[in-house]
Design a protein around this ligand. Structure first.
Ligand SMILES: C[S@@+](CC[C@H](N)C(=O)[O-])C[C@H]1O[C@@H](n2cnc3c(N)ncnc32)[C@H](O)[C@@H]1O
Length: 240
C-alpha cells in the first residue's frame, strides 16, 4: 500500500464516520447520485448483465449493499430482480424508502449483514466498497460471499488503482474517507472466499473527468468448488 497524508480512519471508527458523513449530506448526495448513474451509460453495462444472469439462474433475493438513496436498487427491480437495499446511513435509507415505497431498505453494515448464509441470488456493491478501509476489506468481501447462494452473482464497481504493485490507496472523496483498490487485489480476495471472476470491464482513466481514475466493474460468481483454479493466474498478469 502507498503512504498517504490523508487522515487515517481505523476499522473500529469507519462505520460511524461513514454513516454520519452520508447522513449530513443525504439530500445533496441523493440528487448527485441519481444524475451520476443516469448520465453514465457505461456504468449500466454490467448492472444489466448482472440482472440478466440473476434472472437466467432462476432469480431470488438480491442485496444492493451500500445502496445510498436506492436508485440502483430500483433500477434492478425495474429489470425483474427482487432487490433490496442496505446502507449505513439512516438518512439515505429514509430517502430511499420515500423514493421507492415498494422496495425494502434496511439500515445496516455490509460487513455484518442480517442475512442467512447462502440465501441470496446476487449482491451488488455499486461504488460502496470505496469506504471500506484496507484492513477491513477481506472480511467485508468474505461477508458478501457468505450470503451468496452457490451460483449466486456478485457485482462490484469501484475506482481502480493501476499502479504496479500497489493494492490500495486513499483518495479525497468529498463525503467520507475512501480508498481505491487494484482490480487484481479484489479478484484475489474474492477468490479466497469462493467467488470467482466471470467478467470485468475497466473504463479508461481519461473518461473520469474529475480524478482520472480507471473505473472497475467486476462480476463474480460463487462456487461450491473450493478446489477450483481459474484458467488465468491473475498474479502473473502484467497488462494493467
Ligand atoms: C458512493 S455511495 C454509493 C451509493 C450507491 N450504491 C450508488 O451507486 O450511488 C457509497 C454508499 O455506501 C454506503 N456504505 C459505505 N460503507 C458501508 C457499509 N459498510 N455498509 C453499508 N453501507 C455502506 C454509504 O453510506 C453510501 O451510501
Amino acid at each position: 500500500m502507498r503512504c498517504s497524508t490523508l487522515p487515517v480512519v481505523t476499522s473500529s471508527e469507519h462505520l460511524t464516520t461513514v454513516g454520519a458523513d452520508y447522513d449530513a449530506m443525504a439530500q445533496a448526495y441523493t440528487a448527485f447520485a441519481g444524475e451520476a448513474f443516469a448520465g453514465r451509460p457505461l456504468n449500466h453495462v454490467l448492472v444489466e448483465a448482472f440482472a440478466g444472469l440473476v434472472r437466467q439462474a432462476g432469480g431470488g433475493p438480491v442485496a444492493d449493499v451500500g445502496c445510498g438513496p436506492g436508485h440502483v436498487t430500483r433500477y434492478l427491480q425495474d429489470r425483474g430482480v427482487d432487490a433490496f437495499g442496505v446502507d449505513l446511513s439512516p438518512q439515505l435509507v429514509a430517502l430511499a424508502r420515500e423514493a421507492s415505497p415498494g422496495i425494502r431498505f434496511d439500515v445496516g453494515d455490509m460487513g455484518a449483514l442480517d442475512v442467512t448464509s447462502g440465501s441470496l441470488a446476487g449482491v451488488l456493491a455499486n461504488y460502496s466498497l470505496i469506504h471500506t478501509p484496507p484492513d477491513v476489506l477481506p472480511a467485508t468481501l468474505a461477508e458478501l460471499s457468505r450470503v451468496l447462494a452457490p451460483g449466486g452473482y456478485l457485482l462490484a464497481a469501484f475506482p481502480a488503482l493501476d499502479a504496479a504493485g500497489a493494492t490500495a490507496e486513499p483518495w479525497d472523496h468529498k463525503v467520507s474517507p475512501a480508498w481505491r483498490y487494484s482490480l487484481d487485489h479484489v479478484i484475489g480476495l474474492l477468490r479466497q472466499t469462493g467467488v470467482h471472476e466471470v467478467a470485468h470491464m475497466v473504463i479508461a482513466p481519461g473518461e473520469d473527468q474529475v480524478r482520472g481514475f480507471p473505473q472497475a466493474h467486476l462480476l463474480g460468481r460463487k462456487t461450491d468448488d473450493t478446489d477450483r483454479t481459474d484458467r488465468t493466474d491473475r498474479t502473473d498478469r502484467t497488462d494493467r
